[in-house]
Design a protein around this ligand. Structure first.
Ligand SMILES: CC(=O)[C@@H](O)[C@H](O)COP(=O)(O)O
Ligand SMILES: NCC(=O)COP(=O)(O)O
Length: 249
């Protein structure tokens, strides 16, 4: 996987492109085309979270994105989800570079917490072992709790993904510095435990620079909602001009 000058890789989550696509039966916007454009623009990876209800990413997207990624051997394909629901079927079928286990319930609005140790250790370990036997790196979605990091490593995880919504939600408030320190401490504990470090959820162009500066050892951020929203806004002017040109030939 290639890296930007900050050494933190950007994996673009294309869930929200699929959400828009699913509102009609026309196949637009294309999820694979969006992923291809993100890779052409320099993104180091593509992330998807195929939920059991297929509200956005569908099983067909997983195989089509897998096929696309074969043309980008230095980029990373990351699939997120609950390994006790539908995730392992996808992992066995396409063997992505990385899988991120997330403890969401079925139908959950969006991810809002990480795994808990020691409670989750015993049931996660065989699935982590299976992924690693398939050659798939395993990252566990975790709250920024330093004491949990060694247990995540003991369960066999290669990396953790720190759930960043509490940091993002306090951006611009006095509480934000306290939150940021929690992430810096969790990152240090993860590093001491021998874990690699990812982060994601509600990261955006405002809150990302301070996070990357404070959280040492960060290897990858996965960003979807804000990035796709920005892509729409940054594209309105050129798009309206293209439609006006159709009208005023
Ligand atoms: C694990 C995580 O934080 C993201 O995958 C997030 O859950 C995105 O999922 P939705 O796009 O379905 O909200
Ligand atoms: N793992 C987080 C992710 O993939 C994207 O989260 P968000 O930017 O859509 O909140």
């Amino acid at each position: 996987m290639t890296h930007s000058s900050s050494n933190v890789a950007l994996s673009v989550n294309v869930n929200k492109v699929a959400l828009l696509r699913n509102s009609r039966h026309l196949g637009i916007p294309s999820v694979t085309r969006a992923a291809q454009l993100c890779l052409q623009a320099g993104a180091q990876g593509i992330t998807i979270h195929p939920r059991p209800d297929e509200r956005h990413i569908r099983a067909s997207d997983v195989s089509e994105l897998h096929a696309l990624m074969q043309a980008w051997p230095d980029r990373e394909f990351n699939i997120e989800g609950n390994p006790f629901h539908n995730l392992m079927d996808h992992v066995r079928a396409v063997r992505p570079h990385q899988v991120t286990f997330v403890p969401d319930s079925e139908g959950q609005f969006t991810s809002d917490h990480g795994w808990t140790f020691p409670q989750d250790a015993q049931r996660l370990k065989p699935l982590i072992d299976e992924c690693k036997a398939l050659g798939v790196r395993v990252s566990l979605f975790m709250d920024p709790v330093p004491e949990q990091m060694a247990a995540a490593r003991a369960a066999g995880a290669d990396r953790v993904e720190l759930y960043t919504e509490p940091y993002a939600a306090t951006w611009g408030t006095p509480d934000n510095a306290v939150q940021l320190q929690r992430y810096a401490d969790a990152a240090q504990a993860a590093s001491q435990a021998g874990l690699g470090l990812n982060a994601g959820h509600d990261l955006n162009r405002d809150n990302l620079p301070a996070f990357v500066t404070a959280v040492k050892g960060l290897q990858e951020v996965s960003i979807g909602h804000a990035l796709i929203a920005d892509a729409l806004e940054m594209g309105y002017a050129a798009t309206v001009q293209a439609y006006l040109a159709c009208l005023h030939k």
